[in-house]
Structures are given as structure tokens and as C-alpha cells.
Design a protein around this ligand. Structure first.
Ligand code: CAO
Length: 416
């Protein structure tokens, strides 16, 4: 089966998480991703959070599948020559170094365009143009500056970062969309272009509903579906709302049987209006269906805390999967809190290759998340991440046109 991005070459100057997430997706779609790494060191994540001494970390392997690795120092003379040739031969260059790092290597955008006018040059930075444009940024900085931390957490408690890597992986996914749009545009324009995503912007985009709520709050001074209504206080900014659904249908996390000992014995339930009568009946509150104090969404709004307490009395009599099995046929949207342990062993996720086992020459077998984007005519097979510089010689021969003597000289110079 051919792959969607067969024939597309990516010059991958990414490191850590945000950029590698982007290029890994492109590799899964079939692009030839050439990961450029500093000679002797490589991507810093190869050595971070290591579980096995001297073996590439899971941090690295799980973000760099299906890529080739070349060691190259573009700051040396021969390194510059090789890098220029790679720019000439590739379709897309992706980087997420600190602001100005690629310019300092001697390759500003103007020079890249001169070498290859069809090049799509995609970058991730922490912030867009403005007072913070030179700052270095990691995941949680982006979550804090993009509106996520301010709106996440328990009511009246400290701001919270979330475990989902919306700053890094979220930005990487935005960059994928920009690169694919630029590739399509190149078919008609014949020209490359710059694609830039700031981590702050990507997080804010993912928090778009909270900017919606800010304007609703500015207008009305309160928001009736937030847990602060009607007894708590609203300030000037969108407050943290615990586990409130954030949408037009009230939801909350409630305890299930076993919660005393199992930290994940909980379920999220949403009291969607259309399914409420059946939901009320199954939890033993058929009386709510006749009572005007309960039988409309508006009437229920000031009593959501009490309503979820009553729901919880019922969910605590069943385990989270029993609750799901009872509520699903009633069209009540709900989701058990699944731990990483449960997800790792979920047969359905293995079946769809969303969770896959990969074999690695120095670490052995490990689990990873496969491509979550399923294309019917371009299936993704997850291949192990490359060892540092594993493909240096083959790339220099096949793409750069170096012979064995030139490769040996480049190695002697410290360029590769
Ligand atoms: N050969 C030689 N030098 C290389 C090289 C190579 N193959 N690859 C990178 N380098 C050099 C860079 O040129 C840079 O040198 P100068 O500062 O002298 O120009 C140097 O390595 C360090 O790069 P850096 O400043 O990007 O790395 P850092 O560890 O200090 O910062 C990070 C890391 C992530 C904070 C920063 O890269 C950044 O802000 N990136 C943009 C935002 C981003 O993507 N953040 C998410 C990271 S994932 O959590």
C-alpha cells in the first residue's frame, strides 16, 4: 500500500517533544523524515528520564518512530555544505530550537529560500512576535501563558497544569496542519512558505471555549452552568470550575464502587437533557420527571451539586464499567476514568493499533501510542526510532552524493 506522503522529504531539525511530535506524524503518513542530530550527543531526550542505562529513553523512542537519524554539525564548514544540500533536496524543514538558533547556524529564511524556493520552513516557538518572542518555553510554561492553567483546577484552589501535553504535542499537531496546507498550496503556487506556530497561541486555541466564557461573564456577571452558580462568587475572569463539563450539558466526575481503595474508580457522567428522564429513573429518581423543580434543564441548574450527589449515591453501588453498561443504552454520555495501566492493556486499543508494541535493538520490546489519525489508504506501521546517526552514511551517499572518502573527511572534521 502506498502512503499519503510518499516522496516527501522532511529535514527534521526538531528536539524534545513539540517538534518531534509533528515530524513523527509526517513520518507515519509516509514522509522520509531525516532527523538531524548533534554529533556525539543527539537529541537531549535520548538521555532524559532513562529507565535502562545507556539505552535511548522511552521519551525519545516514543516521539521519533519511523525516522532516519543523521549526525551533522551545521556550524562546521563541511556541515554547512551538507546542510545546504539537504535543504536543496528536501520539501519541508521543521525546527523548534530557541529563537534565532537556525539563523545563528548561518541559515536564515532568506538563505533557505535562495537555496530552495519550494522549501516549506516550519517552526515552533514559545511565543509569537512581541515582548516574549526571545523566550525559551517548555510545556507547562505554554499551559500557563495560554489560558489553560488559569481555567483548570479545583474551585478557589491554585491554578493547575494538565497531564495532556497540549503545549508540546498540541502545538506539534497544529504545525502538522500548517505544513500540509503549505504543501497543498505549493501545488498551485510552486513556492514554499514559512509556517509558524507559537505554543501560547496553540494552547489558547485549545482553550477557545474559555475565551467564549470570558465574554459571557463580562456580559452577564455570572455563568449558570458553572459550579460557582448560584451560591459562590464570580470574579472578573473565567474561574476554575473543577470537573464541570464546560459545555451546555452539565457533567461531573462521581465515585463508583471501590473508590476507597482504587484511585480511578470514578466515572464522568453528563446529564444530557434528552436522556435525563431515563437517567433519573434508573437512579431511582423518577419523581424528578414529574416535578417542575427538576424536570427542565433550567430548573436543575441551581441544584447541580445536589443532583450529582444523588447520582453518586447510585454510581457508588456499581463499578465504573457496570455504570457505563447501564447508562450507554439510555444514551447517557459517560466515560470511566481509565488509568494508564488499563489503557496499556486495553484489547480494543491494541486491535486498532492505537497502542502498539515495538521492538528496539538495545531496549527490547516496549509499548507506544501509534498513529491516532487513521487513513484508509495509507496505513501507519510503527517502526522503531533510529539509533544516533544510524543513517548518516546512507543519507550522505544517497541524498548528498558523498563518496566514502568525503564521508571519512567529514567525520575527521567533526562535521558528522
Ligand atoms: N549541531 C550543532 N549545534 C546544534 C545542533 C547540531 N546538530 N542542533 C542544535 N544545536 C545548537 C543550537 O544551534 C543552539 O546553539 P546556539 O544557542 O549557540 O545558537 C544550541 O544547540 C541549543 O539549542 P536550544 O537553545 O534550542 O536548546 P535548549 O536546550 O537551551 O532549549 C528549548 C530547549 C526547548 C527550551 C528551546 O529549544 C525552545 O524554546 N524551543 C522552542 C519552543 C519549543 O519547542 N519548546 C518545546 C520543547 S518540548 O518540551
Amino acid at each position: 500500500m502506498s502512503k499519503a506522503l510518499d516522496g516527501i522529504k522532511i529535514l527534521d531539525m526538531t528536539h524534545v517533544q513539540s517538534g518531534p511530535t509533528c515530524t513523527q506524524i509526517l513520518a507515519w503518513f509516509g514522509a522520509d523524515v531525516i532527523k538531524v542530530e548533534r554529533p556525539g550527543a543527539g537529541d537531549a531526550t535520548r538521555g532524559q528520564l532513562r529507565d535502562i542505562p545507556d539505552v535511548d529513553s522511552l521519551y525519545f523512542t516514543m516521539l521519533n518512530h519511523n525516522k532516519r537519524s543523521i549526525t551533522l554539525n551545521p556550524k562546521t564548514d563541511t556541515g554547512k555544505e551538507i546542510f545546504a544540500k539537504l535543504i536543496a533536496e528536501c520539501d519541508v524543514m521543521v525546527e523548534n530550537f530557541a529563537p534565532g538558533a537556525i539563523d545563528r547556524m548561518g541559515f536564515p529564511w532568506e538563505k533557505i529560500q535562495e537555496i530552495n524556493p519550494r522549501m516549506i520552513y516550519a517552526s515552533i516557538k514559545g511565543f509569537g512576535p512581541g515582548p516574549y518572542e526571545d523566550c525559551k518555553v517548555y510545556e507547562n510554561v505554554a499551559q500557563c501563558t495560554g489560558g489553560s492553567a488559569s481555567t483548570t483546577g479545583e474551585i478557589d484552589r491554585v491554578p493547575m497544569v494538565t497531564g495532556a501535553q497540549i503545549g508540546d504535542s498540541g502545538t506539534g499537531m497544529h504545525l502538522v496542519a500548517g505544513i500540509l496546507a503549505a504543501l497543498v498550496h505549493r501545488f498551485t503556487s510552486g513556492k514554499g512558505q514559512r509556517v509558524e506556530v507559537a505554543m501560547q497561541d496553540a494552547v489558547l486555541n485549545l482553550c477557545r471555549v474559555k475565551l467564549r466564557d470570558q465574554q459571557r461573564l463580562d456580559y452577564a456577571g455570572e455563568m449558570t452552568e458553572y459550579p460557582q452558580y448560584p451560591n459562590g462568587k464570580f470574579g472578573k475572569a473565567v474561574p476554575r470550575a473543577g470537573n464541570a463539563s464546560g459545555g451546555g450539558q452539565p457533567g461531573w466526575i462521581v465515585k463508583c464502587k471501590g473508590w476507597e481503595t482504587d484511585p480511578d474508580a470514578y466515572i464522568y457522567v453528563i446529564t444530557q437533557a434528552a436522556a435525563f428522564p431515563a437517567f433519573a429513573k434508573v437512579i431511582g429518581h423518577d419523581d424528578w420527571n414529574e416535578d417542575p423543580e427538576w424536570n427542565t434543564p433550567k430548573a436543575r441548574l441551581p441544584k447541580l451539586a445536589h443532583m450529582f450527589d444523588e447520582i453518586e449515591k447510585w454510581t457508588m453501588t456499581k463499578d465504573k464499567f457496570e455504570v457505563m453498561n447501564i447508562l450507554n443504552p439510555l444514551n447517557v454520555p459517560c466515560g470511566p476514568i481509565l488509568s494508564m495501566k488499563e489503557l496499556a492493556n486495553d484489547p480494543g486499543l491494541r486491535e486498532t493499533k492505537t497502542v502498539v508494541e515495538v521492538d528496539h535493538p538495545t531496549r527490547g520490546k516496549y509499548l507506544t501510542v501509534g498513529n491516532p489519525i487513521k487513513l484508509s489508504a495509507s496505513e501507519s506501521e510503527v517502526e522503531r526510532s533510529p539509533l544516533l546517526g544510524e543513517h548518516t552514511d546512507e543519507i550522505l551517499k544517497d541524498i548528498v552524493g558523498f563518496d566514502a572518502a568525503a564521508i571519512a573527511a567529514a567525520r575527521e572534521e567533526g562535521a558528522i
